[in-house]
Design a protein around this ligand. Structure first.
Ligand code: FES
Ligand SMILES: [Fe+2]
Length: 378
């Protein structure tokens, strides 16, 4: 199993960025034990509804705050207000990680009696943490989608894909991978380009799809505008028969193992301004179909050997640029420009058409689809 060092990514084993750590629906007032970035955490929802992520081990004697089933503390409920009580001797820690009660002691609480509290936000039905080996403030906003609060869009439920025994680099490569689209997914690629800009890696792609053939035997154009917002959050807007957004989140568990979630939001398939029960049912089916497509990548990743140095052809896509872009997250921020200087820009694989202006985000993707359909018919 290859790790960060093998890929030569940089100084840090785990990258800087926003990362999904849980499906918000599973976070209740019973703490969850989590492992990410090679560390243990306890995650819970306080009585106020606030989500709290703490380092797992109690500073008193090292007990795991979220891995106990038999203590009376656990039995009576560990969460009091937004605080959590340790199952071993009952020390209580606030959402800020500071100990705010030591039972059986009348002395002042020592300053060192605290655990680290991590910056988390609840967005898109998920919990995201800002992870930064340098301990800095977030460099960009946590992921969000206006569609989440649009009554005409069906909210997703997360698919929990579990852990994949491969380094995140192998998943990131997908953003540049033009020539897997037809063999793996059956997409005919009319145009393809990448753009790397700051913390964003963008892929614009469009063409007909072999599984989407209508009754008249035609295959409608599907255009995707796929964006990595930092190293662990992928949002892919699709326009074709239905407007949709695919969400793929991946977070390092340990060096060389990654946890993955998938979801899909769809505009009301019946085109109603307020989502109906049938819409939700249809949306779940679309999500299952999207998951099938993603599983095609997943199968390859699960069984391949690490690609440390690929034998990349100029027609493959901007793999080397994507890998340079990715390095910014594994190195101190002071070095970021060094990697951006080498990777920023728009890149089109050799022999491929660049994205038409219409697909570059100035107009709606639906308009871009119409323009591409017209071009196809002409
Ligand atoms: S180990 Fe946590 S209170 Fe003693
Ligand atoms: Fe893929």
């Amino acid at each position: 199993m290859a790790g960060t060092k093998d890929y030569g990514l940089g100084e840090f084993t785990y990258p800087r960025g926003w990362f999904m750590v849980a499906d918000a629906a599973e976070v209740k007032d019973k703490p969850l034990p989590l492992k990410f970035f090679g560390q243990d955490f306890a995650l819970y929802r306080g009585k106020s509804g606030k989500i709290v992520l703490l380092d797992a081990f109690c500073p008193h004697m090292g007990t795991h705050l979220a891995k106990n089933t038999t203590s009376y503390v656990t039995h009576d409920g560990q969460i009091e207000g937004d605080s959590i009580r340790c199952p071993y001797h009952g020390w209580r820690f606030g959402a800020d990680g500071k100990c705010n009660e030591i039972p059986f002691s009348s002395l002042p609480i020592p300053k060192a009696a605290c655990v680290r509290s991590w910056p988390v936000v609840e967005r898109l039905g998920a919990v995201f943490v800002w992870h930064d080996p340098e301990g800095g403030e977030p460099e960009w906003d946590a992921p969000d989608l206006a569609e989440w609060n649009d009554a005409g869009w069906v909210r997703h439920q997360w698919d929990h894909l579990g852990q994949l025994k491969c380094h995140q680099q192998e998943i990131i490569d997908n953003i540049a991978d033009c020539t897997h689209l037809q063999p793996v997914h059956g997409s005919i690629v009319n145009f393809f380009e990448n753009e790397f800009r700051g913390h964003l890696a963008i892929q614009r792609q469009g063409g007909p799809h072999r599984t989407l053939v209508t009754s008249d035997g035609k295959s409608p154009i599907l255009i995707t505008d796929t964006v990595y917002h930092g190293p662990g959050v992928l949002l892919s807007r699709m326009s074709g028969t239905h407007d949709a957004v695919i969400l793929i989140m991946h977070t390092s568990v340990e060096d060389g193992t990654v946890q993955v979630w998938h979801a899909l939001m769809v505009r009301s398939p019946s085109n109603s301004p307020k989502v109906t029960a049938q819409d939700t049912e249809a949306a779940r089916m679309y999500q299952a179909a999207a998951l099938q497509a993603f599983s095609q990548d997943f199968e390859v990743w699960s069984n391949k050997r690490p690609c440390i140095n690929g034998m990349f052809m100029p027609s493959d896509g901007a793999f080397r640029k994507a890998r340079l872009w990715y390095k910014q997250f594994y190195n101190p921020r002071a070095k970021k420009e060094e990697f951006l200087k080498q990777s920023e820009g728009v890149f089109v694989p050799a022999g491929m058409k660049a994205a038409p202006e219409a697909a570059r985000g100035n107009v709606s993707l639906a308009d871009a689809v119409a323009a591409e359909n017209q071009a196809q018919a002409a």
